[in-house]
Design a protein around this ligand. Structure first.
Ligand code: CU
Length: 552
């Protein structure tokens, strides 16, 4: 465990001299309180102007902060002489990606994405890769300027690594920045075989960051009652940060005033515009390493393209539980597939009953969908065309859009107000609990954890207008939200301490929190995290003495 200490040991002697001339030119030499304020914000005036590095945020030694990969953690290493030896084993296992959703992934050492490898410029590194997959594989080291023999291209730079076999990669780390490893069998990559390889600079970056995070952007296509990601799909219904979809993703815990770096890594099929609330950040690095400071650009959204990394830095001076999320609307949802069954929110809520997504958009379904022969059908046979309420009442798949235009839809015996239509998730769950097959202990626990209490029901009613059914395109956001979507208890963990009740209703897909906590609340949350004493806790470096020393 010499690793963490070694970060500390690279404290700047030389660097201080290097930057001295800059410091002399700084107004920070004067004692004006304005300058102090600027310094406290990380050295720039206002929120989005000026340089981020002119004034050092802290008086203490400049050191490299280890990165934290939430929900993933680090790959440990051992020393063999002066070589850092890492062991990566590819295998197939189950991973929980959301409350009540566990899937089969291909990953490394029990994690998909694989654990983060952290090294320092100048290190000699050996990675022993073992393949426990049912097929050949090899690892590519994305962005490495190293020998062709260790580039990991199967059949080109090396023999494919067969099941049960191993291959050893050797590197001399000359670069610095955010790099990756991934299977160079592209479909294996989509099943989870990717990880971060962070090369810390020999000379720590200026200005110093107190927190440094890695966030992988990932997506899977897994149908509702399946556990297998379909890597051939072009559309994805599970959007993940570090292997978890909201509300299972673990927030970034930050002390107010800290300077923060986030390294986004995208090894998926889509590009993701990552957006941070409440702060302006600077883009300070790419998958090619550090950007010269003169080329940093400010923003609150950064597009992270496939095979790219984008590093952003900001001073977290604005307290709050701020959203950090991909801004593509469909990437802020879970399980959004019309074939997944009735939407969780019922059309015509509170009195209506659920419709399938296809139906509620008035598409032809079942009898007329997707090239089914609809020639010879009477108008009244087509969904949405049947204006006869008594027939419609008995039809389990009436399109609400067509019916919603008429009063009959919401009349007391109309199709949206009667009990003829799909019961919706809540109904199904209740049914299941009462009459269905006996629930497993886990299912029962999960069912109990959903908040279906009276208060939640009232909340849902109050969030929907009484004539909602008559409004074209209802429901929209209500598709995804409802009392049964409260999963606070299922997502319970110290990092979520003090979040607003019901927060989990609104946290899905590629979403997490940047929790900028005032010192007192920060200490409370971090001490709860520490106390939880979780094996392989990705936040472990937060509790070590080095963090305390640095602060002092
Ligand atoms: Cu996205």
């Amino acid at each position: 465990m010499a690793d963490r200490r070694s970060f500390l040991q690279s404290a700047l002697g030389i660097g201080a001299g290097l930057f001295a001339s800059r410091a002399v030119a700084e107004p920070a030499k004067s004692s004006s309180s304005h300058v102090d304020q600027v310094a406290a914000r990380g050295g720039y005036q206002g929120v989005s102007s000026g340089s981020l590095s002119k004034v050092d945020t802290h008086g203490g030694p400049i050191v490299t902060t280890p990165v934290i990969t939430t929900d993933v953690g680090d790959l440990p290493y051992e020393m063999d002489g002066d070589v850092k030896v890492f062991r990566l084993t590819a295998h197939v296992f189950k991973q929980q990606i959301a409350p009540d959703k566990t899937i089969d992934v291909w990953g490394f050492n029990g994690s998909a994405p694989g654990p983060t490898i952290q090294v320092t410029q100048g290190d000699k590194v050996r990675v022993i890769f073992k393949n426990e997959l049912p097929e050949a594989s090899s690892l590519h080291w994305h962005g490495f300027e190293d020998q062709i023999g260790y580039d990991g291209m199967p059949g080109i730079s090396q023999e494919p690594v067969k099941p049960g076999e191993s291959f050893t990669y050797n590197f001399l780390i000359k670069q610095e920045g955010t790099y990756f490893y991934h299977s160079h069998m592209a479909m294996q990559e989509l099943a989870g075989m990717l990880g971060a390889f962070v090369m810390h600079p020999e000379l720590p970056y200026r200005p110093h960051c107190d927190r440094d995070f890695v966030i992988h952007l990932q997506e899977y296509a897994v149908l509702a009652n399946s556990t297998t990601p379909n890597t051939m799909m072009m559309e994805f219904n599970w959007l993940l940060l570090n292997g978890k979809a909201g509300p299972a993703s673990t927030p970034l815990i930050i002390r107010q005033g800290d300077r923060v770096r986030i390294r986004f890594v995208n090894l998926g099929m889509d590009h993701h515009p990552m957006h941070l609330h409440g702060h302006t950040f600077y883009v300070t690095g790419t998958e090619g390493g550090r950007i010269p400071e003169t080329a940093w650009w400010p923003g609150n959204t950064v597009l992270v393209g496939v095979a790219q990394s984008r590093n952003v830095e900001f001073v977290a001076d604005n307290p709050g539980d701020w959203m950090l999320h991909c801004h593509l609307p469909h990437h802020m949802m879970n399980q959004m597939a019309s074939q997944a069954g009735p939407m969780t929110r019922m059309a015509g809520s509170p009195d209506g009953k659920g419709l399938r997504g296809d139906d509620s958009h008035g598409r032809l379904t079942a009898r007329g969908q997707n090239g089914d022969d609809i020639k010879g059908m009477a108008m009244s046979d087509m969904k949405g065309m049947d204006m006869n309420a008594s027939n419609a009442r008995n039809d389990l798949s009436i399109p609400s859009a067509a019916l919603g235009a008429g009063e009959q839809a919401t009349a007391p015996d109309g199709p949206l107000a009667n009990t003829q239509l799909d019961a919706g998730m809540m109904g199904m769950m209740k049914e299941q609990a009462k009459n269905g097959p006996k629930l497993s202990a886990l299912q029962q626990r999960n069912l109990d954890a959903f908040d279906m209490g009276d208060e939640s029901m009232k909340a849902q009613v109050s969030e929907t207008s009484p004539n909602a059914n008559n409004v074209p395109n209802f429901p929209q956001d209500a598709y995804m939200e409802g009392p049964m979507m409260n999963m606070d208890k299922l997502a319970d963990k110290p990092e979520n301490l003090g979040l607003r009740p019901n927060w989990s209703r609104f946290m899905q897909g590629m979403m997490t929190f940047v929790r900028v906590l005032p010192p007192e609340q920060y200490d409370e949350v971090v001490s709860a995290m520490h106390k939880a004493n979780r094996r392989g806790d990705p936040y472990a470096s937060l509790y070590t003495a080095s963090a305390a020393v640095r602060r002092g």
